[in-house]
Write a protein that binds this ligand. Structure first.
Ligand code: XIL
Length: 367
């Protein structure tokens, strides 16, 4: 082979007469990657990932993939905007970790989901252990949303304003927010968030229930969210999106995800898959990887089957960064890239499903 042709071939370029054309298939073969966000973008959606503490991360392979706009157009800070991280002491705010991620993502052309304002988990001790009356707790909530939301005003695509307000059986979860303020903590938090950052899309976000049919599909838990949504919209509360976390189990996906998305869409809400991972028993095997690939395809098809679904975020880039083994010690390998940052069958299934999508969405990317 002539040297120029050889170099061109190595780079995935084809010499056609005097023109050099990029051979996409050759680039794919060289990198193994297909550009999930590029594929999603072509169908009016985003494809995103969550990252944590990247300010201290030196894993170049991980950073390269996570920060590549072609793969991921949306970034969620996995922990660094949570209450324990941002207001560790009452009235003293720390945005260092969150700022780093937002700056890094924007530099890469990626948009950012804010996660989250009001949740029962990962609260600082001062808040968990304090004794609060309704007026004081409301003021604490508003101060937190005011500072955190104000700091990132205009910089984020959306906020998970309320996270996980219901039990698996659809009843209100007992939390300081619900028990002291009452269910109106939700409209109050949404209104405060809207006042502080009027351009951010405001979400209520929840996860699947394991013993009941999950929130992703039709279930008592998703009924509770649907009724909440109807009531909030009737009261003209600024509520824009239902976040389906999507922490799922291989081979156990609900079959009614499309119907569930459709009913939120009919209310005029947008929907997003916000934290997808599909875990399996360890050690991993080829059969489960195939089922997992199919399950990821089911999730993508549910999203791209509705104009209301703006995008999908996976809860971390590669299996070695996943929270799953820490919480479910016998399970893992729930993501699209393996421990060595190689794409898995699920990665290609996602790419294929995005490519095949027929319905065009309406995500307008940042900025
Ligand atoms: C998890 C993080 O991934 C972990 O690193 C952390 O230790 C606990 O929280 N639902 C949510 C996420 O909304 O914020 C959680 O993230 C996973 C479940």
């Amino acid at each position: 082979m002539a040297p120029l042709v050889q170099i061109a071939a190595t780079l995935g370029l084809t010499l056609a007469g005097t023109f050099i054309t990029v051979d996409a298939a050759a680039v794919e073969r060289a990198t193994g990657l297909k550009g999930l966000n590029s594929l999603a973008k072509a169908k009016g959606r985003y494809f995103g990932t969550a990252v944590d503490a990247i300010w201290q991360n030196t894993d170049t392979k991980y950073l390269k993939i996570s920060g590549d706009f072609k793969e991921f157009g949306m970034i969620t800070p996995e922990n660094e905007m949570k209450w324990y991280a941002t207001e560790p002491t009452r009235g003293q705010f720390n945005f260092t970790g969150g700022d780093y991620i937002v700056h890094w993502a924007h530099k890469n052309g990626q948009a950012v989901r804010g996660h989250n304002f009001v949740w029962h988990s990962q609260l600082p001790d001062w808040l968990n252990n304090g004794t609060w009356d309704k007026k004081t707790l409301l003021s604490i909530m508003n101060t937190h949303i005011g500072h955190l939301g104000g700091h990132y005003r205009g910089k984020l695509y959306c906020w998970d304003v309320v996270n996980e307000p219901f039990n698996d059986d659809g009843t209100w979860r007992s939390t300081i927010w619900h028990d002291i303020i009452g269910p109106e903590f939700i409209p109050l938090a949404l209104k405060k968030a809207h006042e502080i950052d009027p351009k951010a899309k405001l979400y209520v976000n929840d996860y699947n229930a394991r013993r009941f049919p999950s929130v992703e599909g039709l279930s008592v838990k998703s009924d509770a969210h649907y009724n909440l949504a109807k009531s909030l919209l009737k009261q003209h509360v600024p509520y824009h999106g239902f976040g389906i976390q999507g922490h799922l189990v291989v081979g156990q996906l609900p079959t009614t995800i499309p119907q569930n998305i459709a009913r939120f869409a009919a209310l005029g809400l947008e929907v997003a898959f916000t934290e997808v991972d599909i875990r399996m028993d360890l050690p991993d095997n080829a059969k489960n990887q195939t089922i997992q690939a199919n399950d990821y395809k089911t999730v993508v098809n549910a999203c791209v089957g509705s104009k209301a679904c703006v995008g999908i975020t996976v809860w971390e880039t590669s299996d070695d960064y996943s929270w799953i083994p820490g919480v479910f010690p016998t399970q893992g390998d729930a993501l699209l890239f393996d421990n060595d940052k190689n794409p898995k069958p699920a990665y290609y299934a996602v790419a294929d499903a995005l490519k095949a999508a027929k319905v065009h969405g309406h995500f307008n990317s940042w900025p």
